[in-house]
Design a protein around this ligand. Sequence first.
Ligand SMILES: [Zn+2]
Length: 223
Amino acid sequence: MRVVPVGGRGFDCNVFLLKDPASNAYDLVDAGVGMDHERVLAEVAAVVDPHRVRHVAVTHEHFDHVGGLPRWQELGARVVASGPTADKLRAGHDVTSKMFGADLPVLEVDAVVGDGDHVPLGGVDVAVLGTPGHSPGSLCYWHEASGTLFSGDTVFAQGGIGRFDFPDGDVRDLEASILRLERLPVRSLHCGHGPSVDGAEAGASLHGSARYVRSCVPADPAP
Ligand SMILES: [Zn+2]
């Protein structure tokens, strides 16, 4: 799998272009906030005609990841997202909308996926992992053969973790999701914000995230 990072400046999340020139398969992970769409589009256009992007696989429902979706759908891409994310996009509302002073775009997700499903991204079959905690609709995308993980805002490089203090966040769910990711043999970690990490640093980063989230979970009250 070949991964081209796109954007990630300002309010944008990282957008990743997955490409397989042999099969003409080009897909995106996340769409960005949409406020700087022309720049994202130009960066994609430097690699491939944006009309050839087939899927935009969304990691979660937060505004900075889905704001750019309508423009990609207009260009002919199919939107792939979890059930909770699809519900919020249908309603045009999410807890993060107000932070950006705008409602979510209203749209129908083309393919609703969940844990255990597979989606074709960048010419390969990628597993969908349900990883709630940062948000109810959070997914990660995992390509085992290359050890590539797209983590959205569930974990970040250097042992970072996603916020769990939004009204629909849940630190215990986040802990369970991160402990699951920690067991994967990740060799390339691509996060929703900040840098990507490769090799031993990817595994070390996930161990760090697991330690961090464990320290955030309140101890159970004594019986
Ligand atoms: Zn988020």
